[in-house]
Design a protein around this ligand. Sequence first.
Ligand SMILES: Cc1ncc(COP(=O)(O)O)c(C=O)c1O
Ligand SMILES: [Zn+2]
Length: 405
Amino acid sequence: MDSFECQACGPVDVRDPFSPFCPGCGEPLFVSRPERSGRRAIREHAESAIEKFLDFLPLSAFDAKLSLGEGNTPLLPLNCLGPRTGLSRVFAKNEAQNPTGSFKDRGTAVAVQKAVASGVKSIGTVSTGNMAASTAAYGARAGLETFVLLKEGTPAAALQASGIYGPHLITVDGDYGALFHKSLEIGKRLGISFMNSIDPFRIEGYKVTGYEIFLQLGRRAPRFILVPLSSGGHLLGLMRAFEDLEREGMIADYPTFVGVQALGCAPLVQAFEAGRPTYERLKETRTIAHAISNPAPPAGNATLRMIRARAGRLVAVSDEEMLEAQRELAAKEGLFCQAESATTVAALKKLAGGGVIGPGDEAVLVLTGSGSKTPPASGPSLFRVHRMSLTDLDSQLFGLLTSKM
Ligand SMILES: Cc1ncc(COP(=O)(O)O)c(C=O)c1O
Ligand SMILES: [Zn+2]
């Protein structure tokens, strides 16, 4: 039996399995770290990412039938952008290489393992994009009846990205923040397990990214880890991973985490800069970064608390900065991520420019999602198309060649 705890109230005796919130204060719940007699071991030779770190997860076994091969994503040195920002060691953890193109698969994979092991027959999620596709795919894999609730007006491409897996696809007219809470109420009544952005088992799944970074760097923590921030689930998972490693005595220094929001929707950055313990819900948002545009992040206060406790930072970048970073990552490094993920590059530039991150500091940017699912927001003027005819193609190409033979 798993036990749960709240940052503010400590261990929680009775938990509603259909709610991710503490019954006492309404903040998110986390799975408590079990007391263990022996040390936790990393099964380095296991093929599956989850199995490798099973000792650190609330799973008694790994059911390979439910997996889509999530995780084990590359940690790539940014050989061009690193030196451009004056840093010699910058890496991208490319989460776009997950089965449905985003980090969400790691969380969904663990939540679905847990759901199936507990006899759950139907699952659901409330999402604008990545989590919808991820939940629909894992639901299909596990043979679960899956409900995907999306905002009315969701573009056709986003509907298709999850619809193809055959869930009940439902668009809902009304306030998106209220829908999150309503889904939990309905889930409890109808027996549908809604694994939304801050589900405690989803957060456990996100920890695996942190363990992988540790292994990929040769069993070390980097100095900085930069992550796009919306609900707070992902960042909290990564931070908990390094706490686990710290508790096991596996790392000497805890990394500095940087959560990055879009300037047009930055309730947590605003609270952080003002020194407030809780954030204020925004009345309106204005950003192209829809995947991280959340005016009332459900784990917002927990994120503020944890970032402060571990001397992290929260920063905001503009739409222009993230779009430029998205183009640079693609054109200079061959990595096409979502604009939301490129916020990490824009933040790195800002912090390196301001002297917060120094030339000798090692930084890891978590590229959370693939750009190929969502077309670049700035449209076709992004690149020039040359028009040529077949007859003079060779001379025209020669004209373009910068390094003439
Ligand atoms: C591409 C991408 N990056 C970052 C995030 C933010 O993650 P979280 O809501 O766990 O903070 C999301 C959330 O949907 C996302 O889709
Ligand atoms: Zn509480």
